[in-house]
Structure formats: C-alpha cells, structure tokens
Design a protein around this ligand. Structure first.
Ligand code: AMP
Ligand code: MG
Length: 264
C-alpha cells in the first residue's frame, strides 16, 4: 500500500523502506524509460491544452533522494513546461507573511507542472521539531494546508505528494558516500547531523503530516526509497497514472488547416 486510505492513522513502521515490489533493477529501469516517453507526450498535451496543471510535492529526510528523483523522473520532458522550486529556510520577507504566501507564488499556471523540492510541510516538520513556532500555531497548519490544497484542486490543479521513505541506516550510508567523494562534498551539510539526531522526533512529525494531510484531492504517496531504482519507478508510475486520468487532449486545430498552402 503506497497511498494509505484518506486521513487514516499512518504508522511508518508498517512501510518497509527496502520494499522493491519483488522486481529486478533492470526491469524497473526499463519500465521507467518506457513511462518517461509516455510522460513526455502527456506533458506536451497538458502544455498545449493550457487548461489544467499539476503540482508535484517532494518531501524526505536529508539524503532521502528528493534531488535524485526529480532529476531522474523529470529528465526528458520539455523544460519549458516545468518549474522546479527548492524551498529553503524562509527569508525575513517570507517570515513577515503567512506561511503559505511564498508557496502560493510558485503553484503552477495552467498548462504547467510545478515541482516542490521541500515545501509547505516544512512548516509542520522542522518548525515543529525545532520549536520555531508554538504548538498552537503549527497544530492549526494541518487544516490550513488541507484547505489550501483543496482550493488549488478546485482551481484545476492536480496535486501529488511524495514522501520518500528511507531508514536511518540508509541515510548514514548516503552521508558517508558524500563524505568520501570530493565531488559530493558540496552536498554535505554539517547541520544535517543534528537533524539525524532528531530522527525519532521527525518520524513522529512525518506520521502526523501523513495522517492529517492525506486527502482524496491531494494524496500522500509513501514511497519505499532505500532502493533508488524502485523509488523512481513508484514515483514515475504515480505521475503517469494521474496524468492519464486527467483526460488531456491537444486543442482543436484552427479551422481550414486542410486548405492551407504554404506560400513559396
Ligand atoms: P536543502 O534542501 O538541503 O538545501 O536545505 C534547505 C533547508 O531549509 C532545510 O534544512 C530545511 O529544513 C530548511 N527549511 C525549508 N523550509 C523551511 C521552513 N519553512 N522553516 C524552516 N526551515 C526551512
Ligand atoms: Mg541539505
């Protein structure tokens, strides 16, 4: 089960980060390549018809694979129709507004796909664990987020949310690889060590987020993410299935195209 029933209580211990769907790596990679071709056509129809939009939300612990998934799954589609936003710690201007202000500014226009690498859920994750706001404030945010996402949905935006689920051992291995490889040092952030120490608190915050904000109009996908190739397939499948369901068509051509003679 990758999408739990809406608003059910999620216990992350029930989700195995090592799950590989009983697949071999080669088969999964071949399936991703095939789906990428279909995704490319679907995205072109989304862009050409200019009526609906798609929002892809990625969240994970550090080294959980957000960047890698975005790179792998979205490579090969027309960059003109996609915007990727990475949300960092808010600036003073952003903090002077409500927490959804900076998020809303990056939601997709008609015809576009927007990708959020981190997102408004940081405001019930790091903000909760690091006590950056009082409990009374972050507790209300689950409702605010659900209402916001319903509003986007009602406005023509399909929303898919992916939590990339790795375990603590896998994170350690990935951190170690970053330390061992000079070309990966840029990805190593000493501040991430503190977040690792807060692992259990984060898991509690993630479980609440996945329980309270998993709705029919904006489902959370809990993606087994220890194996990158299976993670990519799960995310790719969810995106393609959703876009197939969006009933996308090229717009009607101008009348009289059959009579057009291209001048010399
Ligand atoms: P990275 O994605 O590795 O570039 O790191 C971005 C950092 O920004 C992470 O440590 C996030 O937890 C932090 N961040 C993102 N959004 C927020 C937020 N709303 N409040 C506080 N920190 C945030
Ligand atoms: Mg980082």
């Amino acid at each position: 089960m990758i999408v739990p029933p809406p608003l059910s209580k999620v216990n992350l211990k029930d989700f195995d980060p090592n799950d590989n769907g009983n697949m071999e790596r080669d088969a999964a990679e071949a399936a991703v390549d095939q789906l990428r071709d279909e995704l490319s056509v679907l995205q072109e129809k989304l862009y050409a018809s200019n009526e609906k939009s798609l929002l892809l939300v990625f969240q994970a612990m550090d080294a959980g694979g957000k960047d890698g998934t975005i790179k792998k799954v979205l490579s090969g589609i027309n960059p003109q129709g996609v915007h990727v936003t990475s949300f960092k710690a808010p600036t003073s201007e952003e903090l002077a507004h409500d927490f959804l202000w900076r998020i809303h500014a990056h939601t997709p226009a008609k015809g576009y796909i927007s990708v959020f690498n981190r997102n408004h859920y940081e405001d019930v994750l790091v903000v909760r664990v690091d006590k950056l706001a009082p409990e009374l404030v972050w507790r209300e945010r689950y409702d605010h987020i659900n209402n916001f996402e319903k509003f986007l949905y009602d406005s023509g935006t399909r929303i898919l949310k992916f939590y990339l689920h790795i375990d603590k051992d896998e994170q350690k291995e990935r951190f170690q690889k970053r330390l061992d490889d000079p070309e990966k040092h840029w990805k190593f952030d000493i501040a991430d060590m503190r977040k690792r120490e807060q692992w259990d608190e984060y898991m509690k915050a993630y479980e609440d987020m996945l329980s309270k904000c998993n709705t029919e109009y904006a489902p959370w996908h809990i993606v087994p993410a220890n194996r990158k190739w299976y993670r990519n397939l799960v995310v790719m499948q969810a995106i393609v299935e959703t876009m197939r369901d969006m009933d996308l068509h090229y717009p009607e051509p101008q009348t009289g195209l059959d009579k057009v003679v291209i001048p010399d």
